[in-house]
Design a protein around this ligand. Structure first.
Ligand code: NBP
Length: 481
C-alpha cells in the first residue's frame, strides 16, 4: 500500500509546516514522530481534511512510501539524526533517499553521505531557512549530497520553495556531500554579519546623529525602497516603530546582550581552519560576545574614557551611512563566497554559486534585492575569483568609498564602536594593496625563529639570513606562509 510521495519524520514547528506546504502542492506526505501522540494530534487537527497520512512506526512509514522511498527528517540536529538513520536502514533498499533538513553541522553530513553511499542509500543534507512561516509558505532550500537523489526530490523541493520575484524557485542543487549544510552555515554567518552592520548603523544614528526611533524607522523605510531592499532592513523599520504600552519604543527597553546558537561561530571557526579572512562574520560573532559581557561593560563605562562626543548634523550624513552599509554588505558577501569557494576546492565539490545566490534571493532571513546582482555576477562568470572583481561590485564599492570612509572616520572620532563596518573597509583596503607589510613580518619570523622567507624576485626559494651575526645558518624545517 505504497501511496505517499515522501515521508517526513519530526512533527515540531518545521516538520509540520513543511508537510502542510507539500500537501498544498499536491504531494501525499506520510508523517511520523518519535512521540506517536504528536502524529495522532497532527492528523486530527492541523492535517484534518488533507491528503496527509500517518505512520505508527518506522517500518509502517517505509511501507507506505513510493519507490525510490524519500524520507525527510526535521529533528534536532546531532544524535537524533543518526538514530533515525539507523532505524530506517533495515526498511530501505538500494536507491532510496534520506534527507536531513535540520541544522546539522556539515562535517556530520559529509560523514553520513559517505557512510550511506557505501550502503547504496542516497543521502541529502538540506539547509532549510525561513523559520516557521518559510516552512509553511515557501522556505529557501539548499540541498546537497548524492547528486543521484536530485531528480527524484527536485519536483517536491522546487514546488514548495519560496519563489524569487521573477518566479524562479529559491532552491537548486548545491553540490556534493555536506555542501548543502555548508552553504546553510555560511548563510547563517552572513546573517550574523548583516544584522551586526544594521545594528552598528542604528547606534551611529542614535548616538552620533541623535535621531529618534521614528526618524530611524523613516530612514530604514527609505532605504528599503532602494538598493538596500531586504527582509532585515524591513523588519528593522518595523521594530523601530513598535511602541510599548507607554508609547515609547520597545526596542530601547531590551537588554543589550545578544544570544547565539552557534552557526556564526561555526562559520568563523571554519574560516580560520581554511585560512580565508571572513573578518566581518568573525567580528559579528565577537560583537555578540562583547555584548554579553554586560556587567563588565557597565563597570568599564565608568572607568574607561572616550572622546567628548558631538552630535553630527544628520542632513548630509544619512546618505553616506546608507552607502557605507551597502559597501560593507558587499564585502561581507564577497568574503562568504570566498569561503565557499575554498571549501569547494578543499572537498572537491562543484558548487553552483549563481544557484546559491538565487536560493538566498527569497524565503530566507538574508533575502534581498542585492542577491539578484550576485546571481547575475556568477551567471556571467561561474568561476569569478572574487565578487569584488565583478564590474558591478567594483563600481559599487568605488562609488561608495568616500562615504564609507567618512562614516567610519566619524564613528572612530566619536568613539562609537563599528567592528563590522570598520573591518569591511580594512579588508577592502588590504585586498587592494599589492604590497602588504608581511615582508617585515617574514623578516621578523626569520629573525627569531629561522622560519625563512622568499624574495619578491624569486618566489618558491626559501632563504634564511643570519640577522644578528650571532645565530647559526640552520633554518627551521617548517615554512608556513
Ligand atoms: P526541534 O529542533 O525542536 O526538534 C523537535 C523534533 O526532534 C521532534 O520531532 C522531537 O521528537 C525530535 N527529537 C528530539 Br528534540 N530529540 C530526539 C531524539 N533524541 N530522537 C528522536 N527524535 C528527537 O524542532 P524544529 O524547531 O521544528 O526544528 C527541526 C530541525 O530544523 C532542527 O534541526 C532545527 O535546527 C532546524 N531548523 C529549525 C528552524 C526554526 O526556525 N525552528 C529553522 C531552520 C531549521 P519528540 O516530539 O518525540 O520530542
Amino acid at each position: 500500500m505504497a501511496t505517499a510521495d515522501i515521508g517526513l519524520i519530526g512533527l515540531a514547528v518545521m516538520g509540520q509546516n513543511l508537510i502542510l506546504n507539500m500537501n498544498d502542492h499536491g504531494f501525499v506526505v506520510c508523517a511520523y514522530n518519535r512521540t506517536q501522540a504528536k502524529v495522532d494530534h497532527f492528523l486530527a487537527n492541523e492535517a484534518k481534511d488533507s491528503q496527509i497520512i500517518g505512520a505508527t512506526s518506522i517500518e509502517d512509514l517505509c511501507s507506505k512510501l513510493k519507490r525510490p522511498r524519500k524520507v525527510m527528517m526535521l529533528v534536532k540536529a546531532g544524535s537524533a539524526v543518526d538514530s533515525f538513520i539507523d532505524q530506517l536502514l533495515p526498511f530501505l533498499e538500494q536507491g532510496d533517499i534520506i534527507i536531513d533538513g535540520g541544522n546539522s553541522h556539515f562535517p556530520d553530513s559529509v560523514r553520513r553521505a559517505k557512510t550511506l553511499a557505501e550502503k547504496g542509500i542516497l543521502f541529502v543534507g538540506s539547509g532549510v531557512s525561513g523559520g516557521e512561516e518559510g516552512a509553511r509558505f515557501g522556505p529557501s532550500l539548499m540541498p546537497g549530497g548524492n547528486p543521484q537523489a536530485w531528480p527524484f526530490i527536485k519536483p517536491i523541493f522546487q514546488a514548495i520553495a519560496a519563489k524569487a520575484p521573477d518566479g524562479a524557485p529559491c532552491c537548486d542543487w548545491v553540490g556534493e556531500e555536506g555542501s548543502g549544510h555548508y552553504v546553510k552555515m555560511v548563510h547563517n554567518g552572513i546573517e550574523y554579519g548583516d544584522m551586526q552592520l544594521i545594528c552598528e548603523v542604528y547606534q551611529i544614528m542614535k548616538e552620533g546623529l541623535g535621531m529618534s526611533s521614528d526618524e530611524m524607522a523613516d530612514t530604514f523605510e527609505e532605504w528599503n525602497k532602494g538598493k538596500l531592499d531586504s527582509f532585515l532592513i524591513e523588519i528593522t523599520r518595523d521594530i523601530l516603530r513598535f511602541k510599548d504600552e507607554d508609547g515609547t519604543a520597545l526596542v530601547e527597553k531590551i537588554r543589550d546582550t545578544a544570544g547565539q546558537k552557534g552557526t556564526g561561530k561555526w562559520t568563523g571557526i571554519d574560516s580560520l581552519d581554511r585560512g580565508i579572512p571572513v573578518s566581518l562574520i568573525g567580528e559579528a560573532v565577537y560583537a555578540r560576545c562583547l555584548s554579553s559581557l554586560k556587567d563588565e561593560r557597565t563597570r568599564a563605562s565608568k572607568i574607561l574614557v572616550g572622546p567628548t562626543s558631538q552630535v553630527v548634523d544628520k542632513s548630509d550624513f544619512l546618505d553616506a551611512l546608507g552607502e557605507a552599509l551597502y559597501a560593507a554588505k558587499i564585502v561581507s558577501y564577497a568574503q562568504g563566497f570566498m569561503l565557499m569557494r575554498q571549501a569547494a576546492s578543499d572537498y572537491g565539490w562543484n558548487l553552483n554559486f549563481a544557484g546559491i545566490a538565487l536560493m538566498w534571493r527569497g524565503g530566507c532571513i538574508i533575502r534581498s534585492a542585492f542577491l539578484g546582482k550576485i546571481k547575475d555576477a556568477y551567471t556571467v562568470n561561474p568561476s569569478l575569483e572574487n565578487l569584488l572583481f565583478d564590474p558591478f561590485f567594483t563600481e559599487a564599492t568605488a562609488t561608495a568609498q568616500s562615504a564609507w570612509r567618512k562614516v567610519i572616520a566619524m564613528a572612530v572620532t566619536q568613539g562609537i564602536p563599528t567592528p563590522a563596518l570598520s573591518t569591511s573597509l580594512n579588508f577592502y583596503d588590504g585586498l587592494r594593496h599589492e604590497m602588504l607589510p608581511a615582508n617585515l613580518l617574514q623578516a621578523q619570523r626569520d629573525y627569531f625563529g629561522a622560519h625563512t622567507y622568499e624574495l619578491l624576485s624569486n618566489p618558491g626559494t626559501h632563504i634564511h639570513t643570519n640577522w644578528t651575526g650571532k645565530g647559526g645558518n640552520v633554518s627551521s624545517t617548517n615554512y608556513d606562509a
